[in-house]
Design a protein around this ligand. Structure first.
Ligand SMILES: C[S@@+](CC[C@H](N)C(=O)[O-])C[C@H]1O[C@@H](n2cnc3c(N)ncnc32)[C@H](O)[C@@H]1O
Length: 211
């Protein structure tokens, strides 16, 4: 990326505070990252379909869902770009007595080579990076699951500062996994004024074909 500062000065590459790691570390250090400890309801409601095995939690933040998976018999790879968030997540996991079931990995998922056909379950909450979607599909083993929920385009009526590139377009989550078995799917939100201020998310539970 090249940005022009004035006629003589150009910045090549990302300046530090534009870097997602710096930005997310600073947010978590200020106590502004997501801090909830309870797992997402979408995960709680649908996990019964998945037999415990190896799970990947992408952009896991402070580990609310990883810890819950570990409590329910999964081994978990919990990946996030922020070391500050993962330090907190590890502390929480120790307190919950499940630290030995979770491997915390500080990594930028946009530069991380995910293994192929490895996971029984991949979960993702409040993170949507379109360039990552094909690799996530491939990382699930045949018969394995994706349970996912994140903000969709209608969220911009509530939060005009969010970057639309990271919001799910209408039908986008279903289109991503359209050749899998879709057990549950929903899109909450619209541009109707009555929905402004409410959470606008797309959610899916899908299983990869076994063959
Ligand atoms: C809104 S938070 C969601 C955290 C967690 N899934 C939850 O729901 O509590 C988004 C997370 O994405 C992480 N993140 C952002 N860009 C990332 C990247 N390129 N690679 C890995 N993690 C990233 C941030 O550090 C942050 O923890």
């Amino acid at each position: 990326m090249t940005r022009k500062v004035d006629d003589k000065v150009h910045i090549i590459g990302r300046p530090p505070d534009d870097d997602p790691r710096t930005r997310w570390d600073a947010r978590y250090a200020r106590g502004e990252g997501p801090r909830k400890e309870s797992p997402h309801a979408w995960l709680v409601h649908h996990l019964w379909r998945v037999r415990p095995g190896l799970a990947l939690d992408i952009a896991c933040g402070m580990g609310r869902d990883s810890i819950w998976l570990a409590r329910h018999g999964f081994r978990v790879h919990a990946v996030d770009i922020s070391g500050v968030a993962l330090r907190q997540a590890r502390r929480r996991a120790r307190r919950a007595g499940v630290a030995d079931r979770i491997a915390f990995v500080v990594a930028d998922l946009t530069r991380f080579a995910l293994p192929k056909a490895r996971y029984d379950l991949i979960i993702g909450f409040s993170y949507w990076e379109p360039s990552l979607l094909p690799a996530l599909r491939e990382a699930v083993r045949p018969g394995g699951f994706i349970i996912y929920e994140t903000f969709n385009v209608w969220w911009r009526y509530t939060r005009s500062d969010v970057n639309e590139a990271y919001l799910v377009p209408p039908g986008g989550m279903r289109a991503w996994l359209q050749d899998w078995h879709i057990w549950a799917y929903r899109e909450i939100g619209s541009d109707h004024p009555s929905t402004v201020g409410r959470k606008a998310v797309s959610s899916i539970v899908a299983q990869k074909p076994r063959q």
